[in-house]
Ligand binder design. Structure first.
Ligand SMILES: Nc1ncnc2c1ncn2[C@@H]1O[C@H](COP(=O)(O)OP(=O)(O)OP(=O)(O)O)[C@@H](O)[C@H]1O
Length: 270
């Protein structure tokens, strides 16, 4: 079976000359929780933005499910690629249920999406997606902007799953959440990968969370892959290849009681 996502020699230079991706090669299978680490400016967001069409490559080929992504195809693929965001991206004045139903819009015709005519079955599905994301029915009709950050991210995940995506892009999904809620959200994403077979491509700044939750870590620096392996292979040398001349944005959690924490603390304070 072909890879789900392939970047083949992809480069991106922004108008001001910044080279964000440099002949990047990366292949991602189905049903994998892949975390992209790297210092600020490494190209992580640019990589994800290429897959939802917000940025186009200057050179190279991006294939999704074996087919090259062109601008025209991106529109067709949109319903197969869900996204969740650091600031959740919900419509604050809409109810939780309506926000989740919005996840169906890429698959609906323009007229139906404009009239907002959702069937009973679609509403039932949205309720199931919310329950799977850990929200109970008392939350259904609350305004989205009344929820806590962690609850809002659960709504974001339920919304992303409404189209049965093959891939979810998660750009710093826990950057606005405290460590305990971050772990809940990453655990939910990991279960989604392993129970529903959805691939998740996720950027993080917290190395310790990548080590705890990822199936695979891809390390980016200056738009190139400098590490690609399972968390147990992410050793001090791999860390240094990403973060030497330590970047102030690298965050580790000194409170983490994980066995790797002493080493991480050493790196963080080097
Ligand atoms: N629209 C843009 N115009 C010019 N340069 C840009 C633009 N977007 C990103 N860049 C630059 O491209 C490089 C990669 O940016 P990108 O946002 O992909 O990095 P990142 O790894 O996601 O960083 P961070 O962790 O800080 O979000 C950076 O040098 C950034 O300043």
């Amino acid at each position: 079976m072909s890879a789900l996502v392939e970047f083949d020699g992809v480069s991106k230079r922004y108008a001001d000359g910044t080279r964000a991706l440099d002949e990047l090669k990366l292949s991602m299978p189905r049903a994998q929780f892949c975390v992209v680490l790297g210092p600020s400016g490494a190209g992580k967001s640019t990589l994800l933005r290429m897959l939802n069409g917000l940025t186009r490559p200057d050179e190279g080929d991006i294939r999704f499910d074996g087919v090259t992504l062109t601008t025209a195809r991106l529109r067709q693929q949109r319903s197969r690629i869900g996204s969740i965001h650091q600031h959740y991206g919900l419509v604050g004045r809409l109810s939780v249920l309506d926000n989740v139903l919005c996840g169906l819009l890429p698959r609906m015709g323009l007229l139906r999406s404009m009239t907002g005519a959702f069937s009973d079955e679609q509403r039932r599905r949205a309720c199931r997606a919310l329950a799977d994301a850990g929200l109970d029915e008392n939350q259904l009709y609350r305004r989205a902007d009344e929820l806590s950050g962690g609850q809002q991210q659960r709504v974001g995940i339920a919304r992303a799953l409404m189209c049965d995506p093959q891939l979810i892009l998660a750009d710093e999904p826990v950057a606005s959440l405290d460590p305990r809620i971050s772990r809940d959200i990453l655990g939910l994403l990991r279960n989604t990968v392993h129970e529903q077979g959805v691939a998740v491509l996720c950027t993080l700044h917290q190395v310790e969370l990548a080590l705890e939750f990822a199936d695979r870590i891809v390390g980016l620096r200056l738009g190139r892959v400098v590490f690609d392996g399972v968390p147990s292979e992410f050793d001090a040398a791999a860390h240094a290849s990403l973060y030497s001349a330590l970047d102030p944005h690298v965050r580790t959690d000194p409170a983490n009681a994980d066995a790797r924490a002493p080493l991480l603390r050493e790196w963080a304070h080097a």
